[in-house]
Design a protein around this ligand. Sequence first.
Ligand code: NDP
Length: 477
Amino acid sequence: MSGYDFDLFVIGGGSGGVRAGRIAAGYGAKVAVAEEYRLGGTCVIRGCVPKKLLVYASQFGPALEDSKGFGWRVTEASHDWERLIEAKNEEVGRLERVYEDLLGKAGVEVLKGRATLVGAHEVRVNNVSFTADRILIATGATPEVPAIRGAELMVTSNDVFNMERAPQSVAILGGGYIACEFAGIFSGLGSRVWLVHRGAKLLRGFDEQVREHIGSELAANGIQMRLSSTVTAIERRLNAYLVYLSSGDVLEVDVVMAATGRRPNTRGIGLESVDIQVDANGAIPVDSYSRTSSDHVYAVGDVTNRLNLTPVAIHEGHAFADTVFGDKPRQSDHEGVPFAVFSQPQVAAVGLSEEEACARHGAVRVYSSAFRPMRAALSRRNERVLVKLVAEASTERILGAHIVAPDAAEIIQGLAVALKAGATKADFDATLGVHPSVAEEFVTLRNGRYSTQLSSRPSTDAVETAARELHRRSERR
Ligand code: NDP
């Protein structure tokens, strides 16, 4: 014991903070976790978990429609939003209690209230000061709303989980994870959905072919796409909202949702008292051991804006506790992290996009296939899935795997293991498929093309020749 009230004081009871606190306590540290809202953080309370439950809920409507092609006679079905939210709340409450129990069993003291830093060894909660040898900031991030006229009329992902009723129509601003996911949720539950995005394609940073594919799939599923368009103003009109678009169009909807990114929770937590300067995005800069510029103060999870995913925050928190309290120094590893967007269809990937792979490796070989899944044969749904592998040109080591399909998230997890193990295209080819499945396409892909991304659609002879030349040169080196 260090002579302080605690060996570790964690600010924030979300995924990263709770994991760090539990593991540190397991190593014998005296730990406190302060949480101002509810234990579990964004993921459990108003993120991944309730979102996934709503995704499940929204899939039954389209599935009922599809079932007709398989001989089902569907008479009448209606959805009860209140019942869904009630059931979702019960499950979220259960998980919150699980978090409480886990911390309690680990001997971690939970303090309810907003914590602020007072110094490198001091934190204040509800006007009570506590001292600690180490402090971990794990305060997460919060939705950001663009500064437009009528911005206060918009809801964010924090609000939609507890709306009193499902909207009949909704305009969603943004083209990232949350926008794509909620477009599918609302559409599946029967709302008319407009997706308004300032870019020409959704999901910036993803593989370009994937971005094109998901855009057309969402449109095929009835989402009204308003690309290269922004919301300039919102006005209330009786029971509806008027949403003015840069294109000149005006949408009339029940709900306007901003899904325009999240800002690290660094405001008002006393960072000035420990001389920590946030970066341009408001995030706390840290090194690979999650150390901040202030000795004894660490940060993990979305507040550091590294890779804003729950498993990453958990990994960072665990690595921090191993390093500082377990005498097992471990850096956070952000390579080869699989990720998925729970849109409908889902988008999932691991490793590099074709564009990133070309930038890093010069020339790559790309194998892809877009096809109609078997289920669509009878459902008659206008649906295509995409699977894609990006291989290093010289070694054929797989650098990236991408999929747009229902259950893409379930498929990518196994591929992530293969990529971590350094699998090559030959390893994929040597593996037999599970038939009939979408996933088997990954082991039957043939006829790759060279890509250097000299053009956005690198399939012309000129590009092929240039790519081969690059490949030959890299082999000679
Ligand atoms: P994203 O960063 O994914 O997307 C934000 C979107 O909003 C982008 O399309 C961006 O456009 C657009 N945008 C930003 N500012 C403006 C503006 N002022 N006006 C108009 N459009 C704007 O953020 P999300 O909020 O969707 O999600 C936050 C993060 O949370 C994700 O990046 C991800 O890390 C995590 N998350 C993960 C999930 C998962 O794992 N399934 C689910 C949900 C969230 P542009 O591309 O042009 O910048």
